[in-house]
Design a binder for this molecule. Structure first.
Ligand code: NAP
Length: 303
């Protein structure tokens, strides 16, 4: 178990999913936890209670990470309560999936605002504090989608690739002051964000060599390692249940979302499913929601 005794951590998007697991992991190690959430106060309070049950002090603050004034208020609240900020985890994130030709500008902006600008604003807000302390650990949530790309997620992939660039750049800016900046890049993790894939994920799961989708706790453990290490900075740690370079080709299309696990040589759309070809391999994926797929494909070919 990691030792975070006496440390204070700010975790954005700590009310649910991966963020809650991160709060609990840091609390288990003895950290004081300040978590923020967008709107679900009750869920945030559940995280606070879970941290307290682990013997930690915890505080939940409503904060839209895309708003600089609210981010400042969040960090002020953390310093007021605990005197310092040792660890920042930029976990708050959203998706608004769709193919480029149908993606609304507002959907692009919403994802960039929360995932990319939000991470920037939080890093900016703690930089001075951590530099003065000559101690700080920043860990950002990227995604394998930001490293590989993914059909239907241009906005999300751009935000997560941007997080990688910001992580590596700030690591260089702050290294001389004892502040490390790293990122984790999870694969497919079971949370509200991926629940749209429920009922569709059997084929996906079958293609993951280590079996099954990732769990929030697995991401939290990897993240805690980076939050403790004094030596590692500017790194992106993939947290996936498959070999990084393994080609597990799988694309499933619904009317609202295209989700690709990896690159395919060619994808052929057809009624009720898709054919994915890679090298000599050809796979037909039946889609469980055939009617919705048909509607999507009709719209797709019209545009
Ligand atoms: P999730 O279950 O949908 O939870 C999202 C969290 O972010 C919630 O706590 C939400 O607060 C908060 N949030 C959303 N917009 C916010 C905003 N503008 N300001 C402050 N908080 C905001 O997501 P998740 O699956 O745990 O994902 C967590 C992070 O991991 C994200 O950055 C995501 O991109 C990344 N990731 C996820 C996966 C995956 O497969 N799930 C894979 C790779 C990377 P409310 O509860 O109040 O709405």
């Amino acid at each position: 178990m990691m030792n975070f005794a006496g440390k204070t951590a700010v975790v954005t998007g700590g009310s649910r999913g991966i963020g809650r697991a991160i709060c609990e992991e840091l609390a288990r190690g003895g950290a004081n936890v300040v978590l923020c959430y967008a709107g679900r106060a009750e869920a945030a309070q559940e995280t606070v209670t879970a941290c307290e049950d682990l013997g930690a002090k915890a505080l939940a603050v409503q904060c839209n990470v895309a708003d600089e004034a609210q981010v400042k208020a969040l960090m002020d609240a953390a310093v007021k309560e605990f005197g310092r900020i040792d660890i920042l985890v930029n976990n708050a994130g959203v998706t608004r999936d769709g193919l480029v030709m149908m993606m609304k500008e507002a959907d692009f902006d919403a994802v960039i605002d929360t995932n990319l600008k939000g991470t920037f604003l939080c890093m900016k807000a703690v930089s001075r504090i951590m530099m003065k302390q000559r101690y700080g650990r920043i860990v950002n949530l990227s995604s394998v989608v930001g490293l590989r790309g993914n059909a239907g997620q241009v906005n999300y992939a751009a935000s997560k690739a941007g997080v990688v660039g910001m992580t590596k750049s700030l690591a260089k800016e702050l290294a001389s002051r004892g502040v490390t900046v790293n990122a984790v890049a999870p694969g497919f993790v079971a949370t509200d964000m991926t629940k749209d894939l429920e009922g569709q994920d059997n084929a996906l799961l079958a293609a993951i060599p280590l079996g099954g989708m990732g769990q929030p706790e697995e991401v939290a453990e990897a993240l805690a390692f980076l939050a403790q290490s004094p030596y590692i900075t500017g790194e992106v740690l993939r947290v996936i249940r498959a070999l990084a370079e393994q080609k597990t080709t799988m694309i499933i299309v619904t009317h609202e979302m295209a989700f690709a696990r990896d690159v395919a040589d060619q994808v052929v759309f057809m009624d009720g499913g898709v054919i994915v070809e890679q090298g000599d391999a050809r796979q037909v994926i039946e889609h469980p929601r055939e009617e919705r797929t048909r509607q999507f494909l009709a719209r797709y070919s019209e545009n």
